[in-house]
Design a binder for this molecule. Structure first.
Ligand code: SAM
Length: 214
């Protein structure tokens, strides 16, 4: 993602609403307590500017959402969108996904969204892809049994890499689509910023729904 330089992003995040969490480790094992209920917790990794997670939180008040993003200059743009709405089922979390196991207890998360993850096209950077086995290992740990991962991308090589990586990991595929928005399914799909941009260009959106085998 091209990151514009946002002046004083770190300070503005500190000053932002209570919905922004800059560490997360202090809530390990007690995220439900923070939300104040036992509703399921859905986590978007690499949230970007937040359209997807904010619309989900507004649409589904009985689900708790966490939008995770590693760059303050990006996260602040999602936080700004929240400034005039107080959603008590959404937190924005400023951390690197590489530290997930330090932030969430085993089986604390019900669903993970990976939307338009950075493709890292060079082979030597494959380990940085959010669907590489080292990340899958962390997802397996924090997800509940039967917890789902939903992955969307416009990037064909990343889509193919992710299928192979998940398959090698022994995951079970519940759905694979080469054109998510042209399936014969009557359902409203909440879109991300990237998704809107690529759809406007006429690109197909690839989709995977998967879970870890027991
Ligand atoms: N999901 C958004 C969308 O679909 O519009 C943003 C997509 S953008 C290509 C990928 C985002 O993932 C960027 O905002 C980037 O900073 C974030 N990201 C990449 N690697 C990450 C990591 N290891 N931990 C947290 N966020 C990460």
């Amino acid at each position: 993602m091209r990151r514009r330089n946002v002046k004083n992003a770190d300070q503005r995040i500190k000053d932002a609403s209570l919905n922004v969490i800059t560490e997360g480790k202090e809530h390990k094992g007690s995220w439900s307590k923070l939300f104040g209920n036992n509703n399921p917790i859905h986590l978007e990794i690499g949230m970007g500017k937040g359209d997807f997670i904010i619309e989900h939180a507004k649409t589904n008040p009985n689900v708790n959402y966490i939008g995770l993003e590693k760059f303050p200059s990006v996260l602040i743009q999602a936080a700004d969108k929240l400034s005039d709405t107080h959603l008590n089922n959404l937190y924005l979390l400023l951390v690197d996904a590489a530290t997930l196991d330090e932030i969430f207890e085993k089986h604390e998360i019900d669903k993970i969204y990976l939307n338009f993850s950075d493709p890292w096209p060079k082979a030597r950077h494959a380990k940085r892809r959010l669907t590489s086995s080292n990340f899958l290992k962390n997802y397996e740990q924090i997800l509940k049994q039967d917890g789902l991962i939903e992955f969307k991308t416009d990037n064909r090589p990343l889509f193919e890499y992710s299928i192979v990586s998940m398959n090698n990991y022994g995951m079970e595929f519940l759905e694979l689509s080469f054109d998510l928005h042209n399936r014969n399914v009557d359902e409203y799909i909440i879109k991300t910023e990237y998704e809107k941009k690529f759809m406007a260009k006429g690109n197909p959106i690839y989709f995977i729904q998967t879970k870890f085998k027991k």
